[in-house]
Design a protein around this ligand. Structure first.
Ligand code: CA
Ligand code: CA
Ligand code: CA
Ligand code: CA
Length: 354
């Protein structure tokens, strides 16, 4: 009994100290290994046997998205061919393009919440915003996957940052389930970035967890919410400061199931095409998907610069004379140009300027 009272006093003291620190506008100290939650405070009748939880006082919370979009990329809609147990296109393992919102082997279960339809990118003076719209339908009322975006700062094809969010459920901004990963030893992508290496390089992918383990320096570094306007859209946000002033970079977005992991980048450097399989029946030697299932990604958008067309993983550009600016100045502003290959492999470009 005395032990319990002591525990209660310790807990109360701890909560008091944490709240005091918060009131001074400082981050709560990472004084414990206990899981961090966003609970405003522990209820007064919290049993003394409950695990100690650090209380985080957030200083900076994102608001609405900026009015002007910085990038846009489309993706294939696998629902159109799901009843044929195949994807309509966009699944090219060798080139790092995936369209696999299906179960392994039979491909008779289609996961709309893993089927990326469009991706958008925004930034302002404080935040970068990744917006992923999944396929909406009657059977999918929750975003039960893991969602993320990669940033390739030096445009060499190898991602540098990966910001991920698991099973977002609230339309309020939250840090729960959000992780920020960095590739400290620069081995994401292996020898040939984006493209599958002939010899599997055996790297460790994104290995450095900067945010999401309860020990981070900045408790406001990254956030997620379900779009208040669309229950099939997830918005993931990180502080602009992670770019360290870089204004030209590439962004590519992902959706995956339980097995989707930061250690698996680049995904096509961790297993062979034979092991991974393919979701396109045309690739008859590889069809169906095998060890690599429940995964979708979209092509990478160029942010802050006019792409030449040679950037690794880049979204398709409209056809133009070789050597010339692929986007005539009189046409659509590049951040609103939306190009994709339709189900017949024709390149279609439309302007989605509001
Ligand atoms: Ca895709
Ligand atoms: Ca898709
Ligand atoms: Ca590679
Ligand atoms: Ca690494």
């Amino acid at each position: 009994m005395k032990k319990n009272i002591n525990k209660f006093i310790s807990l109360s003291l701890f909560v008091f100290l944490v709240l005091s620190a918060c009131n001074l506008g400082k981050a709560a100290p990472s004084a414990t290994q206990a899981p961090v939650t966003e609970a405003a405070a522990l209820p007064a009748d919290t049993p003394t046997s409950a695990p100690t939880e650090a209380v985080i006082q957030h200083v900076l919370i994102p608001g609405d998205l900026p009015a002007e979009q910085s990038g846009l990329a489309g993706d294939h809609d696998s629902s159109t061919t799901a009843d044929e147990n195949r994807a309509p296109g966009g699944d090219r393992f060798t080139f790092g393009r995936y369209e696999r919102p299906f179960n392994s082997e039979a491909m008779d279960v289609y996961y709309p919440y893993l089927d990326i339809q469009t991706t958008e990118f925004y930034l302002d003076d404080t935040w970068i915003y990744a917006v992923i719209t999944l396929k909406g339908d009657e059977s999918s009322q929750s975003l039960a996957g893991k969602y993320g975006f990669e940033i390739d700062l030096n445009v060499d094809g190898g991602g540098d940052w990966l910001i991920m969010a698991a099973q977002p459920s609230s339309t309020e901004w939250s840090t729960d389930g959000v992780q920020v990963w960095f590739d400290e030893n620069d081995d994401v992508g292996g020898i040939v970035k984006v493209i599958a290496d002939e010899v599997l390089p055996g790297g460790n992918g994104y290995e450095t967890l900067i945010f999401g383990n309860g020990q981070e320096d900045d408790p406001d570094l990254a956030w997620v919410r379900v779009s208040p306007a669309d229950s099939n859209t997830v918005q993931i946000v990180a502080k602009l400061s992670i770019l360290e002033g870089d204004k030209t970079f590439m962004v590519g977005m992902w959706a995956g199931g339980e097995d989707f992991s930061p250690a698996l980048f680049d995904v096509n450097d961790t297993l062979t095409h034979e092991q991974a399989g393919a979701s396109l029946k045309e690739l008859e030697f590889f069809y169906p998907i095998k060890e690599l299932s429940e995964l979708d990604n979209a092509c990478r958008m160029a942010i802050g610069f006019q792409p030449s067309g040679n950037e690794p993983g880049l979204c398709p550009l409209p056809p133009g004379p070789p050597g010339e600016d692929p986007l005539p100045p009189s046409s659509c502003p590049p951040q609103y140009l939306f190009c994709y290959y339709d189900n017949y492999r024709n390149l279609v470009c439309v302007c989605r300027q509001p």
